[in-house]
Design a protein around this ligand. Structure first.
Ligand code: ADP
Length: 238
């Protein structure tokens, strides 16, 4: 009987997860999709009469919105994989500098009002990781830093080598997170405000923590409301 109860509880949890996911996803898909189809419509009906500058802004918006959707789908796929049977990690020794370069190529390009600096990564710092997933984590952290930092803010990515860990640190000068929320933000679907002016589903940090802990590391945040936040991915060195 107790096994049956457990199974039922697990099914109820899975069902709850599915409906939460559907609710948040359908809402979040609508905005970029409406904007992509609206922009494509403008190009089709009036494209020739627009200035080259205006046209290229529309192309860029279409590109950015679709990249945003791709990133969301990538996150969802990773979550599904993590929560499915036996995740297969592809652990390899990687050069931190290359991993960070690659992540910076994936970040959302809507950051023209922020300065993003990647501090010189020491030569030949290595760590074992599943690079594809860690790139996804860094991308999520930098995108968050941009999202939750007002225009004019500064974002920095740096690497610190400790005795047992390599730290990949993303700092911002944004709105910060109150101490009482600093644990909650890593929960699935948790967003600090029900209705943010920023698009999001509340899975980025949850996924980041899952990915990093499964690779033997951990993720932490130091933050002060109104001043900014510092998220660190700690990966074990060999
Ligand atoms: P999403 O950004 O889709 O809401 P995340 O899981 O990435 O989901 O983040 C959860 C919440 O944590 C965000 O909704 C936001 O309230 C808060 N947060 C995340 N990163 C930052 C940051 N750099 N500065 C301030 N708040 C943040």
């Amino acid at each position: 009987i107790s096994r049956k109860r457990e199974e039922e509880a697990a099914m109820a949890r899975a069902e709850q997860l599915r409906s939460n996911l559907l609710r948040s996803i359908s809402h979040d898909l609508r905005t970029p999709l409406t904007s992509i189809s609206g922009n494509a419509g403008v190009l089709m009906s009036d494209g020739e009469n627009l200035s080259a500058e205006h046209r290229s802004r529309i192309y860029r918006d279409i590109y950015d919105d679709s990249m945003w959707l791709i990133n969301l789908v990538e996150n969802l796929l990773s979550i599904t994989r993590m929560e499915g049977q036996g995740v297969h990690l592809h652990m390899e020794t990687e050069l931190l500098e290359e991993v960070i370069d690659e992540a910076m190529r994936h970040i959302n390009r809507r950051h023209e009002h922020h300065t993003i600096r990647v501090n010189q990564v020491g030569d030949y710092i290595l760590a074992d990781m599943d690079a594809r997933l860690i790139i996804q984590v860094i991308t999520n952290l930098v995108d968050n830093a941009v999202k939750y930092t007002p225009a004019g803010g500064k974002i920095a990515v740096s690497v610190v080598l400790w005795e047992m860990y390599v730290e990949i640190k993303v700092t911002d000068t944004g709105k910060g997170i109150s101490e009482s929320n600093q644990a909650a933000i890593f929960r699935r679907f948790y967003r600090e405000e029900e209705v943010h002016e920023q698009q999001g589903v509340g899975i980025g940090l949850y996924l980041a923590r899952e990915i990093v802990t499964r690779q033997g590391g951990y993720i932490k945040v130091v933050s002060e409301p109104g001043k900014g936040s510092e998220f660190s991915i700690m990966l074990p060195t060999k």
